[in-house]
Write a protein that binds this ligand. Structure first.
Ligand SMILES: Nc1ncnc2c1ncn2[C@@H]1O[C@H](COP(=O)(O)OP(=O)(O)OP(=O)(O)O)[C@@H](O)[C@H]1O
Ligand SMILES: [Mg+2]
Length: 503
């Protein structure tokens, strides 16, 4: 008998429907899976055989042919176990579904004992299946919460092959598991900007970075609080908007890093160690998976001690920082993952760390310093809008028990500035000032004539590069937004000019 079951797979950020036909005929006992299966699909045969037997059903001793279509998509991963097992049970007449199965998709990996195990990328697949017109998905119970974000889709979370069979026979008996309530996430609630004493200049720069999603680098001697400051950046970032939250959740679903959360609303914060490889940073692998830059999408990628990262890693970062997306090419396909993140970095001013410090003498030669910074200068530094030099906090400031504004206060200002940008840039599909091009700036920045004159004369005097010129305008626009001003004034340009060391 012939049966047809639908399942799903995903590549990059997109899901595709997979049709699984099973035909059982008389002949020597065999089981063949055709349609470009990879090793995981072939291994699936053994799991399916064992799971069916251990669930008290019969694995037919006949000639079984399983065809997976379309044949031109490479089918990786183990999530076809469950649909293949169901196909065999339907074809051998052991199960008769109580409803037509055209609008039902089945996804799940089986253990030898017949339990259904959690899989990656459920959210991506559920969204794609809905777009294709499916109305019901049978999937692992542990993935049910993740899939339930998709509206108007019946999500059937099951724990074992047995349960799947019971559901197919009598769907009315199935009880929807209760949705667990998640307390609102509070990222590093124990951290607050007011923990950092002094450093008002750096805190202000962080506020501007958060408001306009400008990349920022903090340069200063050891122990001046660079790491401390950067780790507090997430506490002043507004929650994600609905559309972004879904996109971020999709990335985490594909990476298998949702950790029980149903939807991610808090901007992610990723701080990979400087020994990270280029592939883990930007994403890759034979089946491409999102890297750290995509996991930081709509949030912060913090690279502590930037010059310690290998040159290859920093080179790999250039393209996504500019394009907000990372494209990975493989023999048979090209995958893209979004990567719009705020790059926050820290660096010592020289290898020993004390260049420019008043308390200790720097032991580095000019050549050492040049070599140290040579790694990050140039194209990457060019893409960092805010370059902030910080010095050690004087003892009296540390002592004063005065931390300045709290994260909550700053966050409120950031939220207002974001709303202003959002309303101004809506029509262009942009969200932040950092995304503005020179043309957008002309149309949107409303720079007063005096401010423009001031910038032009400074440009000539300081020999700013063209990129530096645009950077100053973008940052000045964010500063004006934080003050809720319609136009950019001289003082906004003047402040923006402070946040540059190179170009
Ligand atoms: N401005 C500050 N306010 C309060 N504590 C501070 C400040 N600066 C430094 N500290 C203290 O010093 C410690 C070290 O700071 P942090 O790790 O942020 O320095 P760093 O600039 O990243 O140094 P390194 O270059 O060595 O990584 C902090 O854990 C904190 O206890
Ligand atoms: Mg540090």
């Amino acid at each position: 008998m012939l049966s047809k079951v639908y399942s799903c797979c995903f590549f990059g950020m997109d899901g595709y429907c997979v049709e699984i036909e099973t035909f059982i005929s008389n002949g020597l006992p065999s089981c063949q899976i055709v349609g470009l299966p990879d090793a995981a699909v072939n291994e699936s045969k053994e799991r399916v055989r064992s799971a069916i037997k251990n669930s008290g059903m019969e694995f037919p001793l006949k000639r079984i042919t399983v065809n997976m279509a379309p044949a031109d998509i490479r089918k990786e991963g183990a999530f076809y176990d469950l649909p293949i097992a169901v196909g065999i049970l339907l074809s051998s007449g052991q199960v008769e579904p109580a409803f037509p199965m055209e609008d039902t998709a089945i996804i799940g990996e089986l253990s030898l004992g017949g339990e259904v195990k959690k899989v990656k990328g459920i959210l991506t697949m559920a969204i794609a299946l809905k777009e294709m017109g499916f109305s019901r998905i049978i999937l692992p119970r542990d993935n049910a919460e993740e899939a339930s974000i998709v509206e108007n889709m019946e999500i059937i979370g099951i724990k074992s092959l047995d349960e799947a069979v019971e559901y197919l026979k009598a769907p009315e008996k199935y009880k929807q598991p209760k949705k667990s309530e998640h307390p609102p996430e509070a990222p590093g609630a124990e951290l607050d900007l007011s923990d950092v004493r002094g450093q008002e200049n750096a805190k202000r720069a962080l506020e501007i970075a958060a408001a306009g999603m400008h990349n920022i680098i903090l340069i200063g001697p050891p122990g001046s609080g660079k790491t401390m400051l950067a780790r507090r950046l997430p506490t002043i970032l507004p929650d994600l908007k609905e559309e972004q939250a879904l996109e971020v959740t999709k990335i985490y679903s594909i990476a298998g890093k949702l950790e029980g959360k149903s939807i991610i609303r808090v901007p992610p914060f990723r701080a990979p160690h400087h020994t990270i490889s280029a592939a883990s940073l930007v994403g890759g692998g034979t089946i491409p998976r999102p890297g750290e830059i995509s996991l930081a999408h709509q949030g912060v990628l913090f690279l502590d001690e930037l010059p310690e990262f290998s040159r290859r890693v920093l080179e790999a970062l250039r393209q996504p920082v500019e394009n907000e997306v990372i494209t990975v090419s493989r023999v048979n396909a090209t995958f893209s993952f979004p990567a719009k993140f705020l790059l926050a970095a820290s660096a010592n001013p020289c290898p020993c760390g004390y260049y420019g410090d008043h308390t200790r003498e720097c032991r580095c030669s000019p050549r050492d310093i040049q070599k140290y910074f040579g790694r990050i200068s140039g194209p990457l530094m060019d893409r960092i809008d805010l370059q902030v030099e910080i010095s050690r906090v004087p003892v009296q400031d540390l002592d004063r028990r005065k931390g300045g504004a709290t994260s909550a206060e700053v966050k409120e200002r950031v939220i207002r500035a974001r709303e202003i940008q959002y309303n101004r840039l809506k029509g262009k599909g942009l969200l932040y000032n950092s995304q503005l091009s020179i043309k957008d700036i002309e149309q949107n920045c409303r720079v007063s004539a005096r401010a423009m004159d001031f910038l032009n004369s400074t440009y000539r005097r300081l020999g700013l590069s063209a990129r530096g010129y645009v950077k100053v305008l973008k940052v000045a626009r964010t500063i004006a937004d934080l003050e809720e001003k319609g136009g950019v004034e001289v003082e906004d340009i003047a402040e923006a000019l402070q946040y540059r060391i190179t170009s």
